[in-house]
Design a protein around this ligand. Structure first.
Ligand code: GRF
Length: 190
């Protein structure tokens, strides 16, 4: 299965996915990293991993439709079959949703449908929620609203932000490769 990973920042989830493809936990190949932030650290990681990367500045395009059409061309050229969002900070629009219908997934640091959108961990703590966690889900036109694929949670129990954040990232780095592996093997056997 050929994947493109979309990221806007650090890329620790890209790293976890890449590592999983290398040691056989994830039977897939990351053929392209896409970023909307030319300074994102994920580009450094892609380079180290020798994965092709493409960065673009949305401001250079007239509209979301214009840059997404450009991306579809790149993705198809690279033979990409699935889009894997990992800290990509933009809503996916109709052009990509149509080209990759039911083949776009995202990871979000809350127990959805609670706390969609930005700074989900901050939202979780500010609300005094009992549970924190992670959700892997399909992407639709909404913000973190698509069908849920996998979820893992743990009690917040008065732990500070640093601790909660570390636990969330640890869970993400396991859950994302694991749930994608399941998803892809299920698809192949249909
Ligand atoms: C992760 O917490 C992910 O759930 C959220 O953005 C963060 C990305 O972290 N969507 P990284 O760039 O993969 O380190």
């Amino acid at each position: 299965t050929k994947l493109a990973v979309f990221a806007s920042g650090n890329g620790s989830n890209f790293q976890a996915l890449y590592d999983a493809t290398q040691d056989g936990r994830l039977d897939a190949e990351i053929v392209l990293v896409i970023t909307d932030k030319p300074s994102a650290f994920v580009l450094e990681r892609a380079k180290q991993a020798e994965v092709s990367a493409f960065s673009f500045n949305p401001r250079d395009y007239e509209s979301k439709q214009a840059y997404e059409s450009m991306l579809v061309e790149k993705l198809e050229e690279a033979g990409v079959e699935w889009l894997v969002l990992a800290g990509f900070m933009r809503l996916i629009g109709p052009v990509l949703l149509t080209a990759y219908e039911n083949r776009i997934v995202n990871i979000h640091p809350s127990v959805l449908p609670a706390f969609p959108g930005k700074d989900a961990i901050g939202q979780t703590l500010a609300a005094g929620a009992e549970m924190a966690g992670v959700t892997v889900h399909f992407v639709d036109e909404g913000m973190d609203t698509g069908m849920i694929i996998a979820q893992r949670s743990f009690p917040v129990n008065g732990q500070n932000r640093e601790t909660v954040e570390r636990k969330i990232h640890d869970i993400e780095h396991q859950l994302y490769p694991e749930s994608l592996q399941q998803l892809f093997s299920r698809q192949q056997s249909v």
